[in-house]
Ligand binder design. Sequence first.
Ligand code: SF4
Ligand code: SF4
Length: 277
Amino acid sequence: MQKNNYFMFLNLFKREKYLLNYFCTSIVSHCNLNCRYCDHFVPLAKERIFSVEELRKHFKKLSSKINVQAIGIMGGEPLLHPDIVNVLKMFRSIFPYPKTFLAIYTNGILLNTMSDEFWECCHKNMIVIRISKFPLNIDFMPAFNKAKKYKVLVQYYGAKDGEYKTMYRMALDLQGSQNPEEMYKMCWQKGFCTYFQDGKLYKCTTAGNISNFNNYFNTNLTLSEKDYLDIYKIKNNKQIKEFFNNSIPFCKYCNIPKQVDKLPFEISKKDIKDWSY
Ligand code: SF4
Ligand code: SF4
């Protein structure tokens, strides 16, 4: 290989971005349902609507460092965003089809009321809608008719046919006395619940949203700089790889064996025991 070509090859290699299979993100922090055990601590969250411009800034930066195969657009309840059409357009302009799969995860309460502009936007930008299947007694036929008209894929999510989505209760150890490596080894969230917010990548929605829990209950489950990746400070792929391959100090707050799965849907009474013990 000639010298110039060799250096071009090295530069290309250096520029290759880290490939993440998935992350989810919030475009609003609040929800119109407030489920018990919500793993984003949404019943405890203050209302926040993320502006298109702040989202664009962080996602542009993220996309300069990382390629991603799938993004879950969540909340809170994402359909509560007053400018959702422009949020969706922003996502697709930064993460083009078909490189990145985009899906909205919604409880569906507002789905029948969404505008034609919304449906058209989902069609044009190849955005899939996934409805969490809670026992809400909503007739989704109008939404399915709109989806058919605009050729948008709408799917139920989180439960088999004839069943409803269940919840899991995390078991936060408020003293932080668990062994982080041991807990991380047992944790089912790793790789499935990567979360991106305010320019930071978290391994899980628990760490990424713990401020909702701390602010509401006046607890102090602390996050250190080792508990997330600040995308404005990432220097190379090695740093990203190391972050995703290892436990984080915050894992000391999770008692994985004490978690309880398959709990029926209920509305939250904001009891600290719904997330901790
Ligand atoms: S619908 Fe989803 S975001 Fe809203 S409270 Fe329930 S689990 Fe949390
Ligand atoms: S803090 Fe660690 S153990 Fe707890 S959910 Fe996140 S990755 Fe899993």
